[in-house]
Write a protein that binds this ligand. Structure first.
Ligand code: GDP
Length: 461
């Protein structure tokens, strides 16, 4: 496709948008929340899943009006393509494997064909088309928004308050010691790079070992196309190092401002503000496994992420950009790791983590919903009988194990448990490997049809 084709492509998308036949759906969530699995499943359901038994709550399918979906012939040239085919290969391997996770912004376009349900179009046309642009991006990038309201000093203080929490203290100690030994007059490239690498290694360690969620700047952990850019030479100096002026303080302050102006603002302006609908995935079960501090931090991180969807006229976003997201789906992912009767509690827990019942949320501009789902179901459900009593269970293969297991993974608390409960009752929800799959069958799921109905149902009328 030449540049001329690209312009024609953009022109066509604008035309479709004007005719309401185009929708741009963002999928986000913190690392490991399930974005890759969700988008892969969504595409698979839309390209193969025209069977009412497979998507019973997706009305266009249920009413027999869905004529099928295919990858659009025109894909944007300048943006990374979501690696759908590659991801499917992983899932179809023997034994099946989970595909690699999201590392940056990527996109894939679909054309969905359907019979209009009612109105003029139903009488005049035998089919209509909806252009669906799917956009995958790391939730860590949304955690950057609050940095626009802070200066470098405030941001550093905020970081060190966080790093001094009991569950982060031990890991952050070597970085604090490194900063203490740092010459604040040395602003050589070598020094800046060394400190940046030490800080990004610390963020990585937090992520992998401490059940932490709030990582800033998001691009240091998931740089996307900005890997190696000088403004990513950013780290929080110690509170005592920011009270007096120094060349190093001056340099990192300048990088902080560049990061806000050339990374955060353009992301919201060029990308985020063009989204029409949004999915935010949250892995509540892994956070429960990681303990009370992890749950609290997840709640804090979600609070920051939600600022991106609170864009009334007085909000920072409303003043700076013009977001147009009209629907937000908050989904507790990997619901197949628990038995079905626990899904209600999982949804309630998610709602509590989002701090207010979603139904009564203050996102005047966006309609939102919360649900528990599994994009790619990795377990089957059933009952085991013990002394005449039936107990719910799931069966699957734990990640890394060879033999399948049948188990009751435990109750999901419907609200954030207090610290004492984690002491006497640690949660241990298993991580499961994908089930054996076949190319011809749509991927097994839990509630993807509900998600599709919420996200697309009205556009396929
Ligand atoms: P991302 O970092 O948000 O792109 O997360 P991924 O989609 O790569 O998911 C991270 C991991 O979570 C995967 O490798 C799987 O182990 C697990 N996972 C994601 N979605 C599901 C799901 O629907 N069911 C189950 N059982 N596991 C899932």
């Amino acid at each position: 496709m030449s540049w001329l084709d690209d312009i024609q492509y953009q022109g066509r998308q604008l035309g479709n948008r004007a005719l309401d036949r185009h929708i741009r759906l963002g999928v986000t969530g913190l690392s490991g929340a399930g974005k890759t699995a969700f988008i892969t499943s969504l595409i698979h359901q839309l390209t193969l899943g025209d069977q009412p038994t497979h998507l019973p709550f997706f009305s266009v399918v249920q009413q027999g009006r869905y004529l099928g979906g295919r990858l659009a012939t025109m894909q944007p040239l300048a943006l990374p393509r979501f690696p759908y085919e590659h991801n499917l290969q992983y899932l179809l391997q023997q034994p099946p494997q989970w595909p690699p996770s999201t590392t940056g912004w990527s996109q894939l376009n679909l054309t969905l064909r359907y019979k209009p349900g009612s109105g003029m179009r139903a009488r005049l046309q035998n089919h209509s088309e909806l252009q669906l642009e799917l956009v995958d991006y790391p939730g860590e990038w949304l955690l950057d928004l609050p940095m626009l309201q802070q200066d470098y000093q405030q941001w550093s203080e905020f970081c060190w308050q966080l790093f001094r929490q009991p569950h982060r203290q031990a890991l952050s100690k070597p970085f604090a010691e490194l900063l203490q030994q740092t010459d604040l007059n040395d602003i050589s490239e070598l020094q800046l790079q060394h400190l940046t690498e030490a800080y990004s290694a610390l963020l990585q360690q937090f992520c992998e070992h401490a059940g932490t969620y709030l990582h800033q700047p998001g691009r240091l952990l998931v740089p996307g196309e900005l890997a190696g850019a000088p403004m990513l030479q950013l780290f929080p100096l110690l509170p005592e190092q920011i009270v007096t002026a120094s060349p190093l303080l001056q340099r990192v302050t300048a990088h902080y401002q560049s990061y806000c102006n050339y990374v955060i603002k353009p992301f919201y302006k060029q990308h985020f503000s063009r989204l029409d609908r949004q999915v935010v995935l949250v892995d509540c079960l892994s956070a429960l496994n990681a303990g009370h501090a992890a749950m609290q931090e997840l709640q804090q991180a979600l609070g920051l992420i939600m600022q991106s969807f609170r864009y009334g006229p007085t909000s920072l976003l409303g003043r700076l950009f013009k977001p147009q997201i009209t629907k937000v789906l908050f989904a507790a992912s990997k619901a197949d790791h628990v038995t079905p009767e626990q899904h209600k509690a999982l949804t309630l827990l998610l709602q509590q983590l989002l701090q207010q019942p979603i139904k009564h949320s203050h996102y005047a501009a966006a309609h939102s919903e919360a649900m528990a789902l599994a994009a790619i179901r990795a377990s089957t459900t059933g009952f085991v009988e013990q002394q005449g009593q039936k107990y719910p269970c799931i069966s699957g293969r734990e990640l890394g194990a060879i033999a399948p297991v049948t188990l009751f993974p435990g109750d999901v608390p419907a609200s954030l448990p207090d610290a004492a409960l984690f002491q006497c009752h640690p949660f241990q929800f298993p991580a499961l490997a994908p089930l054996a799959l076949s190319m011809q069958q749509p991927l097994p799921h839990v509630r993807m049809d509900h998600a599709l109905e919420f996200l697309l149902g009205d556009k396929l009328q």
